[in-house]
Structure formats: structure tokens, C-alpha cells
Design a protein around this ligand. Structure first.
Ligand code: GUN
Length: 294
């Protein structure tokens, strides 16, 4: 079998178009323009590229965007004061503090300082608790993007065997919760899992989020399975250049899978699209507007 390539770039464009339509309706019918504030501390070049992209796409969807660049030596106290100011600002519906933060800042303390209803990353313990207990919180963007791609590819996920390789708070754990909510039978695998190859071979759905280049081998994939690759790893390429690879051995996996996401152009673009979607969701909830009725 040769897999269908799941085009995250094209799919994310349709998600962003839907967000832009909702923003137009919010402005026209409710006089509300959703607003997203993004805070970055320090000069990490990769983070700066991500953040610029987030702010650019926020504007392209018709939302207000604010971009705060704080120096690397910003104190935790100053950052917490910035978060408090954004929490109190009614024009700001979503707050994202770009991670990782410099070592001298307690990341958990900053995340917990964000008002849960403005936490468009879905990282606050209130939101992870709501996700774990079937409540209505904010859902982390990358797993949400993966779920949307899976539902677009497969329709109803009920009864499918899913494996999530990786157990991070940002991707692996919330992904497993979302798949469970969608009635999958879910396995969470990690570095201590025994017989990982056999666990993956049993799965109809494989979500790889371990951050290790091509760790999931192509011959582990069941014929016809759907493979979602969250990994973005830079490895040495030809002529002294580097190239991006995922956590899955793409070419070999594509020979067996029914559908697979590429790297780049798969999960990556969906993450920002879901951030914008979450900002609209947060805006509606803060204003008691039924999102489904927009
Ligand atoms: N750094 C890399 N990805 C993310 C993300 O999705 N949210 C935040 N806040 N920081 C990140």
C-alpha cells in the first residue's frame, strides 16, 4: 500500500478560513474583535520565528495581536506582572507565553498565573484537569490539530486502537485524553515501554511525539494504519546542510500506512491554526456567545 499524504498545510488553511469567518461574524454581530497576546522572553531564534508566525497569522484572520518581546534577563516577577496585566485587560482574550523560558524563571509558576479562560495553549492545570475529567476547558493546540486531522481522514474514531508514543504534558498526555474521549482504545508508550514495535504493530492510529528522529520504524506500521508525526527534528543532510525529519521513518512507513502526515507540512501548520481557533473559542466563552451559532 502507498499511503495518502495528509496535507497539513492545506487543511490548516481551511481551519484558518473558518476562524476568519467566525471573527467577521463576531465583529459584525457582537462588536467584538478577538485578541491574542504573545509573550516571548529572550532571543532564541527558533522561538522568534514561531512567535512572528503566530502574530502574523493572528492579523491575517482579522484578530488583534500583541507581541511582547522581553529581554533574556527579565525577572520572574516582571514576567508575572506582565501576565497579570494581560489577565486584567478585557481586549485580550488569549495569552500565550512562548516556551521554553530562560532557566531562572519557573515555567510552571508562569503558566499557572495565566487566567485559565485565557490560556489558549491549554497548559494550565485547570485546563489539563478539565480535559482529564471530560470538562470544557482549553485544549492544547498540537494534540487538537492532530485530532482534527485524524477525524478528517477517518471520520468516526470509535473503537480504533490508538498508540501515542511520548508522554509529555504538552502533546502525549493530552493527545491520549482526546483519543479516549473520541472512544479509541488508547496505549501510551514511552522510553520504558517493552516491545514498542509490537505495540505499534497493533495500532490503527499511531501518533508519534517523542522528539527522536525517525525512532518509529516503517516496518512497525500496520497495513492501512493512519500515522500522525508530531516530531520536528533537524538532522545532518547532504552537502553539509541540515534537513527536517519527523519521529517516524517516513518513506518506509508510507509504504504500509493508509495515510500519513509529512514533516514538514503535516502537524506543524495545524498547531498555529488551532491556536487561532482556541482564541475564538476563548473569546466566545468569555462573552457568553454560542460558538456553534455564530
Ligand atoms: N514552544 C513550542 N511550542 C509551543 C507552544 O505550542 N506553546 C508555547 N507556549 N510555547 C511553545
Amino acid at each position: 500500500m502507498s499511503a495518502r499524504i495528509i496535507d497539513g498545510k492545506a487543511f490548516s488553511a481551511t481551519v484558518r478560513e473558518a476562524v476568519a469567518r467566525d471573527v467577521t461574524t463576531l465583529k459584525a454581530n457582537h462588536g467584538i474583535t478577538p485578541g491574542l497576546a504573545v509573550v516571548i522572553v529572550g532571543e532564541d531564534p527558533a522561538s522568534q520565528v514561531y512567535v512572528r508566525n503566530k502574530v502574523k497569522q493572528t492579523a491575517e484572520c482579522g484578530m488583534n495581536g500583541w507581541h511582547f518581546e522581553l529581554p533574556a534577563d527579565t525577572s520572574e516577577e516582571t514576567l508575572l506582572a506582565k501576565v497579570a496585566e494581560l489577565n486584567a485587560d478585557p481586549a485580550v482574550n488569549g495569552i500565550l507565553v512562548q516556551l521554553p523560558l530562560p532557566k531562572h524563571i519557573n515555567e510552571a509558576a508562569v503558566i499557572e498565573a495565566i487566567a485559565p479562560e485565557k490560556d489558549v495553549d491549554g497548559f494550565h492545570v485547570v485546563n489539563s484537569g478539565l480535559l482529564a475529567t471530560g470538562g470544557r476547558g482549553m485544549v492544547p493546540c498540537t494534540p487538537l490539530g492532530c485530532l482534527l486531522m485524524l477525524q478528517d481522514t477517518l471520520g468516526d474514531l470509535s473503537g480504533k486502537k490508538a498508540i501515542v508514543v511520548g508522554r509529555s504534558n504538552i502533546v502525549g498526555k493530552p493527545m491520549a485524553q482526546l483519543l479516549l474521549d473520541a472512544n479509541c482504545t488508547v496505549t501510551i508508550a514511552h522510553s520504558r515501554t517493552r516491545d514498542l514495535a509490537d505495540e505499534v504493530r497493533a495500532a490503527d492510529i499511531v501518533v508519534a511525539a517523542v522528539g527522536r528522529p525517525e525512532m518509529v520504524k516503517g516496518d512497525w506500521i500496520k497495513d492501512g494504519a493512519t500515522v500522525i508525526d508530531v516530531g520536528i527534528n533537524r538532522v545532518p543532510g547532504a552537502e553539509g546542510k541540515t534537513r527536517l525529519v519527523g519521529d517516524v521513518e517516513f518513506a518506509a512507513a508510507a509504504e504500509r500506512a493508509g495515510a500519513i502526515t509529512p514533516v514538514p507540512g503535516g502537524v506543524g501548520p495545524m498547531t498555529i491554526a488551532c491556536l487561532l481557533k482556541n482564541t475564538v473559542t476563548a473569546t466566545c466563552r468569555q462573552n457568553n456567545i454560542d460558538l456553534a451559532a455564530l
